[in-house]
Design a binder for this molecule. Structure first.
Ligand code: CP
Length: 309
């Protein structure tokens, strides 16, 4: 397949064939990560810039590692300590960084639409969305797909229950797109105060009772309670939330035997997930983190021309 995407703003325009092809490329990257010497020259001479206006552990580190394994030069930039604190605008900041020769710019920002805006403004660099407000986190969805597919195989007809704070979740939006395209049925559960009004428009059914949502599912996806994006009063209390919607052994026992438990991280233990579940036999959480490196390697490789060299 000839790869037609220069970067990644959203998975909206990706076809199922492209997702499948992408996941096959990610399998190769997994093999590369397993080698004693994790290094390939595919992106030698390319410059990748990690540009984070919000905090991150997993996404930033795995983009950095992905670029370095493929021999790109990777520069990390964060808003704190930069000239953004002197009033430099987002556009001027990114133009400046592009002028230094960046081929790819990985951007995380608290405002919806920033990656798309930059893609229109920049002349040559590819843009990779590492999370924009509550809108999208497409590389998280790709790594979630890769992790689930490795464990469960074909996802056609699988039931995926996403439980928690869907309202503030960019991960949920991107996951609904990605898993639906691969043939999974996605249901949502959580307090009605943490559900967007347009769950059907998102492509998912809202089932208020978490037991019903989880029953018979093969994929259980628990979302972080995003207290930093929340006004007061959206959940009764953290304890009450955990009792009703948190991932407990009792709740996950309702899922199909062999179901996987996923979470994008960082996890709030004892809030949206009990430690016994997060660290339990069905947990894919650390597998997701590992998939993050392989997925971002495949993305940089395909979009920055590694495949053509
Ligand atoms: N899942 C995720 O985006 O984690 P970070 O915020 O640590 O990057």
């Amino acid at each position: 397949m000839e790869w037609r995407h220069r970067g990644l703003i959203s998975l909206e325009g990706w076809t199922r064939e492209e997702l499948t092809f992408f996941l096959e490329q990610t399998d190769y990257m997994d093999e590369l990560i397993d080698r004693p010497i994790k290094k390939a020259p595919a992106l030698r001479g390319k410059v990748v810039l990690n540009c984070f206006f919000e905090n991150s552990t997993r996404t930033r580190s795995s983009f950095e590692l992905a670029g370095k394994i493929l021999s790109a030069d990777v520069i990390n930039w964060s808003a704190s300590g930069s000239s953004a604190s002197k009033g430099e605008t987002l556009r001027d900041t990114v133009w400046t960084l592009e002028a230094m020769g960046a081929d790819g710019i990985v951007i995380r920002h608290g405002s919806v639409g920033v990656p798309e805006y930059l893609e229109k403004k920049l002349k040559r660099a590819s843009i990779f969305n590492a999370g924009d407000g509550a809108h999208g986190h497409p590389t998280q969805a790709l790594l979630d797909l890769h992790s689930a597919r490795k464990k469960l195989g074909n996802l056609e007809g699988a039931k995926m229950a996403i439980v928690g704070d869907v309202l503030h979740s960019r991960v949920a939006r991107s996951d609904i797109q990605a898993f639906s395209k691969m043939g999974a049925r996605v249901v949502l559960s959580g307090p009605s105060t943490l559900m967007p009004e347009d769950t059907e428009a998102l492509g998912a059914e809202y089932i208020p009772d978490p037991c019903e949502a989880v029953r018979g599912a093969q994929i259980l996806y628990f979302l972080r309670i995003q207290q930093e994006r929340m006004d007061d009063g959206l959940i009764p209390s953290v304890d009450e939330y955990h009792r009703r919607w948190g991932a407990s052994e009792k709740l996950i026992a309702l899922a199909e035997k062999g179901a996987v438990v996923m979470h994008p991280g960082p996890i709030n233990r004892g809030v949206e997930i009990a430690s016994s579940v997060a660290d339990g036999p069905g947990s894919l959480i650390l597998g997701q983190v590992r998939s993050g490196v392989a997925v971002r390697m495949a993305l940089l490789y395909l979009c920055l021309g590694g495949a053509r060299q």
